[in-house]
Design a protein. Structure first.
Length: 282
């Protein structure tokens, strides 16, 4: 019998990252991590082949024994049964109604009861709870990126809030607090729509436009926090996602309007993996 390891996966719309960790006296020791690009609009066979290749790259088959899988997965997804429900989401359409749990169980000889799926916002928050040592507090996690992810941690449990689709202004929260929201605002200023937020930051757009775009985000985010998050009475709010990498442009303006401390994510996938492994018990 080889060294027992737990496989942790972060599956996104364009990537999969796999990590092997070893548990020793309730301490989780990182072993190896690998990332692979995924064409999430490919056929089922191609997607699964990519996933399986990346997973195998972190496992020494002769020396290690897989105890279980902990998987961070975007929704819609049946997290208890491990069945993909993504339909019309521009990702993983070919996996619609597939039993992903059974695939991992059969391919890697792991009992289904040792395979756990979590919403990606929940998994993100567990990782940041671990990183910021917030395990005794009530904390909300938000991911600002293509969409708006939201989760809450309390009593050492995490649950999805799904506030990205909450009614907000003239639409839903994601219409404003997301890549789409920022770029749409730039268009309204009469400028050409950038490809993404990173492009907005690095192109030759004048500084006043960039400042206006992030002031728009700060105002929307502060309003959203006051409307939906403050009533939850969190003791901290962790912000992650690709937009938060530009936190120096908007975070202080949001913090000025909030009494709850705001934390910036670590952007270290090992925290997500150790957070998953430390919270879920086989």
């Amino acid at each position: 019998m080889g060294l027992p390891v737990i496989i942790c996966l972060d599956i996104g719309g364009s990537h999969i990252t796999a990590a092997a960790v070893h548990r020793e006296n309730d301490i989780f020791i990182p072993i190896r991590k690998e990332r692979g690009e995924v064409d999430s609009m490919a056929d089922r066979k191609q997607i699964l082949a990519t996933w399986d290749r990346v997973i195998r790259s972190v496992v020494e088959e002769q020396n290690q024994n897989i105890e279980g899988f902990f998987v961070s997965m975007p929704g819609p997804f049946d997290y208890e049964r491990g069945i993909c429900l993504m339909d019309g989401m521009h990702k993983y359409q070919s996996l619609l109604h597939m039993d992903v749990k059974s695939h991992f169980s059969t391919t890697f000889d792991v009992p289904c009861e040792n395979i756990y799926f979590l919403n990606d916002a929940e998994a993100f928050l567990l990782g940041e709870i671990h990183h910021h040592n917030l395990g005794a507090k009530r904390v909300v996690g938000l991911t600002l990126g293509t969409g708006l992810g939201s989760a809450i941690y309390e009593h050492r449990q995490v649950r999805d809030l799904n506030y990205g689709s909450a009614p907000f202004r003239e639409g839903i929260a994601e219409d404003y607090i997301s890549t789409r929201g920022i770029l749409t605002y730039v268009e309204r200023l009469g400028l050409q729509r950038p490809e993404n937020v990173k492009a907005l930051l690095i192109n030759e757009t004048d500084e006043s436009t960039k400042s206006a775009a992030f002031a728009f985000l700060a105002a929307a985010l502060a309003e959203f926090l006051s409307t939906y998050i403050a009533p939850l009475q969190p003791e901290g709010i962790v912000l992650g996602g690709s937009i938060t990498k530009a936190h120096e442009r908007f975070l202080s303006a949001v913090q000025d309007r909030m009494s709850v401390p705001l934390y910036v994510a670590s952007f270290d996938e090992w925290n997500l993996f150790i957070g998953l492994a430390s919270t879920i018990h086989l």
